[in-house]
Design a protein around this ligand. Structure first.
Ligand SMILES: O=C(O)CCC(=O)C(=O)O
Ligand SMILES: [Fe+2]
Length: 231
């Protein structure tokens, strides 16, 4: 379960009704001249210039990829620690072909290292500053469910302004749609009861796109929703 307090509710949008489903439809939204209020952060949640830096470790995967036992255990421990705290870390020497990365940069019109990524940890927003050649990795809600809540999936957002263009490349690693996320049996015992039901990606997507405005307790709310809809 996320250890954080909830960020303040976003307007009244956390309580979506069937009559007013929270749907973001890009084909409609792109023609609107104003951003619908339900997508605007309330004033008290608006980004401030002074967000502390998130202590996300920079992990060098060179040794890990060389399969050196000591390096592997070092990198594994760093990833494990970061995932237990907030689920964010940066990796360098990740093995992705540097020419491929250069090509991706080239294909974005003007690609600079963009800041603006913020993560809600310990009741406040933190910044994650990009580093040259590093990928920022974060685990998501499915991984949090898969680890029975041991690894944290933290609420995050990209902060933009009306002066500078912000572009970023994001990649999502997902199992096949029909695959059910099932908790490994070894992770549940009398001290650590099961926290989330098994589920598939389309079900989670339906919840986050149509029924709920993501916040720090999305996974808990989703679990309640599944239990209520299946009972
Ligand atoms: O643009 C970024 O920095 C992060 C994007 C992201 O977290 C996402 O697309 O889920
Ligand atoms: Fe994300």
């Amino acid at each position: 379960m996320p250890s954080t307090e909830l960020p303040p509710p976003m307007n009244e949008t956390n309580k979506q009704s069937e009559e007013d489903p929270l749907v973001f439809d890009a084909s409609v939204a792109q023609f609107q001249s104003h951003i619908p209020s339900k997508f605007v952060w309330p004033d008290h949640e608006k980004p401030c210039s002074e967000s502390p830096e998130l202590p996300a470790p920079l992990i060098d995967l060179k040794g890990f990829l060389s399969a050196d036992a000591w390096e592997v255990s070092n990198a594994t421990r760093s990833v494990d620690e970061a995932c237990k705290k907030h689920g964010f870390f940066l990796i360098v020497n990740h093995g992705v072909d540097s020419q491929l990365v250069a090509k991706a940069h080239e294909l974005m019109d003007s690609f600079d290292q963009v800041g603006g990524l913020q993560v809600f940890v310990d009741d406040k927003w933190h910044s994650v500053t990009p580093k040259v050649d590093a990928f920022v990795i974060n685990i998501g809600d499915r991984f949090m469910a898969l680890s029975n809540g041991t690894y944290k999936s933290c609420l995050h957002r990209a902060v933009v302004n009306n002066k500078t263009v912000r572009k970023s490349l994001a990649f999502f690693l997902c199992p096949k749609e029909e695959r059910v996320v099932m908790l490994p049996r070894g992770l549940v015992d009398s001290d650590s009861p099961r926290m989330y039901p098994d589920f598939t990606w389309p079900t989670f997507l339906e919840f986050t796109q149509k029924h709920y405005h993501s916040n720090a307790r999305t996974l808990d709310a989703f679990s309640d929703w599944i239990r209520n809809t299946t009972n």
